[in-house]
Design a protein around this ligand. Structure first.
Ligand code: KG4
Ligand code: ZN
Length: 336
């Protein structure tokens, strides 16, 4: 039985994370230091603050990942780190640390695409899941509908033309004065609201398009709130949140199902921070059951940014013969 250990490192945004993963699927450790409390008071991630915090903590986080996995750096077979997309200063911290570590210990190194990493979280959660499958990747920075043809072969069917789904959640939450990050807060208060209270617009775009657009919906919510304020009408935040969430979820789920039908695929997966959304999981679960697709999603800890998913993605790409050299740079706008 193969025993291949990958050390993953992730610093693309505001989580400093390191993980040790066995054979691409078994997590021996997954240390996540979230900076969310630091950025909260600014209402969003401040890039320079994020980079500086990563620099302060990266070394301790990597040591902790090795220690809690009960391994030494010498036991590691591959070092994998996110090289994009993300905040350039933040990316550079984890990437440089990983390259330095690989160089000094003479280990192979591989750069990982953060979006592919999110998809691979599903391999950790679902040991039987293998390509091909369809994956809806929804996070603070990305909204992609991806046909995962093989471990290192991804075909993008559609993506957002403006705001990412998570970004829309965060902006609407800010307008409702809920706090940051907004997604989980909208999810929570929506449970107390009527999702049919307000009929916000859903953008399906052109017929058969798998692209998304959330800026119109976001503006519609902001306009609604302004109008109510001007008229002196007190809104019920729970109803606004639930109605907004329904509009996002229905478009995401409908397009995912259309794509699954078109590809005649059996397996449908969800990934990224917004994959933690309870309403989205429920809707996709319902539709997948109705149309006979298997439905997969990672547990909450693997939905948000973490290094275990990066290690998994690095492992599978390496096994396909890919490897990066130590001159690899960070790419803030890296595509799949
Ligand atoms: O994947 P992630 O941790 O970071 C990026 O790569 O962007 O995703 C963070 C995003 C944020 O926009 C956050 O509000 C959203 O995921 N999010 C949620 C939920 N939990 C996190 N959005 C909706 N419902 C949730 N339960
Ligand atoms: Zn992410």
């Amino acid at each position: 039985m193969e025993k291949f250990l990958t050390l993953g490192i992730e610093t693309s945004c505001d989580e400093t994370s390191a993980a040790v993963v066995l054979n691409g699927r078994d997590v021996l450790s997954n240390i996540i230091f979230s900076q969310v409390d630091i950025h909260k008071k600014f209402g969003g991630v401040v890039p320079e603050v994020a980079s500086r915090k990563h620099v302060e903590i990266i070394s301790a986080v990597v040591d902790e990942a090795l220690n809690s996995a009960g391994v030494k750096i010498d036991d590691i077979d591959l070092v994998a780190a996110t090289y994009g997309p993300g905040l350039v200063g933040a990316l550079l911290v984890g990437l440089s640390y990983a390259k330095g570590l690989a160089f000094s210990t003479k280990k192979p190194f591989i750069g990982v695409n953060h979006i592919e990493g999110h998809i691979c979280a599903n391999y950790i959660e679902h040991k039987q899941l293998t390509p091909p499958f369809l994956c809806l990747v929804v996070s603070g920075g990305h909204t992609h509908l991806v046909h995962v043809k093989d471990y290192d072969e991804y075909d993008i069917l559609g993506k957002t033309r403006d705001d990412a789904a998570g970004e829309a959640f965060d902006k609407v939450a800010r307008a409702l004065d809920l706090g940051y990050p907004g997604g989980p807060l909208i999810d929570k208060i929506s449970k107390l609201g009527d999702e049919n209270a307000i009929d916000f617009p859903k953008a399906y775009l052109e017929e058969y398009s798998f692209d998304f657009s959330f800026s119109g919906l976001k503006s519609a919510v902001l306009n609604y709130l302004n109008k109510m304020k001007m008229q002196g009408i007190q809104v019920k935040k729970e109803d606004v949140a639930a109605s907004f969430q329904r509009a996002v979820v229905e478009v995401l789920a409908d397009k995912t199902i259309w794509a699954a039908k078109k590809l005649k695929i059996k397996n449908v997966a969800l990934a990224g921070g917004v994959a933690a959304n309870s309403r989205l999981r429920k809707e996709l679960e319902r539709l997948c059951e109705k149309y006979g697709f298997n439905f997969y999603y990672p547990s909450n800890i693997l939905c948000t940014d973490n290094a275990a998913m990066i290690a998994s993605s690095g492992y599978f790409a390496y096994k396909k013969g890919r490897k990066s050299n130590l001159s690899l740079n960070a790419y803030p706008n890296l595509k799949i």
